[in-house]
Design a protein around this ligand. Structure first.
Ligand code: PEP
Ligand code: MN
Length: 265
């Protein structure tokens, strides 16, 4: 496989421009709400990130919701608004693309296209993302094996797009005490098998706000090249995933710990 270390021993650096990159030997921090909700929310989150020298913001404008009646995102209007503010602040945008037809319209407003856990095996989407010159963050499927994640990555990479990041976000197991089971085993295994950077999403991984920080730090110790997690000024009022979203105080504290732990790793 082209994504394997056997093919390419040197770790892949995903360069986002302006001196911002996701790569081996570094610790990327990607933080922001589950959903982009309003201009005010965008401004608050960006101010929070800037305070903490975080340069990558996550947020959904097209949301894959289990129920069709749940909030499904602000769409292109929200993305354009977000892009204005993020660009002015020097912050990179990480956001989910759900279908092929969205790639073109989103392209100029996105720095990293996220492929969600429900789309990890949407091979048509992966094929198309393989043809563009824009970074892709590929999440592990809800019930996907490590091998299947690597095979999905192969679709994008073999199409010619080498700006690819792998993400462990928890898998569905028999355990119901947590939303998913964050499989930290995947981190050293992926790092040993592939030259691609690996990030951990503890928010979807455990799904319980107060336990997100320790799982994030466990991800750092497991060898992750970055952490992506959900933050919001008022998590209880968030339109989606509030139960697993950190408030700004928790978020600032976590950022400090991530950097400290990474330093001594
Ligand atoms: C998200 O990042 O908000 C999300 C929907 O993630 P996942 O695809 O991992 O469930
Ligand atoms: Mn979410």
């Amino acid at each position: 496989k082209l994504v394997s270390k056997k093919w390419k021993a040197k770790p892949t650096t995903v360069d986002l421009g302006d001196g911002i990159a996701i790569k081996d030997g570094d610790m990327a921090i990607i933080s922001g709400p589950c959903s982009i909700e309003s201009e005010e929310q965008i401004e608050r989150v960006i101010a929070h990130l800037k305070e903490n020298n975080v340069t990558m913001m996550r947020g959904g404008v097209f949301k894959p919701r289990s129920s069709p009646y749940a909030f499904r995102g602000l769409g292109m209007e929200g993305l354009k608004l977000w892009h204005q503010h993020a660009k002015a602040a020097g912050i990179k945008i990480v956001t989910e693309v759900m279908q092929v037809s969205q790639i073109e319209e989103m392209h100029d407003y996105v720095d990293v296209f996220q492929v969600g856990a429900r789309n990890t095996q949407n091979f048509n989407l992966l094929d198309e993302l393989g043809k563009i010159d824009k970074a892709v963050l590929l999440k592990r499927g809800i019930s996907g094996t490590i091998e299947e994640l690597l095979q999905s990555a192969e679709y994008v990479f073999s199409g010619g797009n080498e700006k690819l990041i792998l993400c462990e976000r928890g898998i569905r197991t028999y355990e119901r005490a947590s939303r998913n089971t964050l499989d930290l085993n995947a981190v050293p295994i992926l790092k040993s098998k592939s030259h691609l950077p690996v990030v951990v999403d503890p928010s979807h991984g455990i799904g319980i706000r107060d336990f997100v920080p320790q799982m994030a730090l466990a991800g750092v110790m497991a060898g992750a090249d970055g952490i992506i997690y959900e933050s919001h000024e008022h998590p209880d009022q968030a339109y989606s995933d509030g139960q697993q979203t950190l408030n700004f105080t928790q978020s600032s504290e976590l950022i400090g710990y991530i950097r400290k732990i990474f330093e001594v790793r």
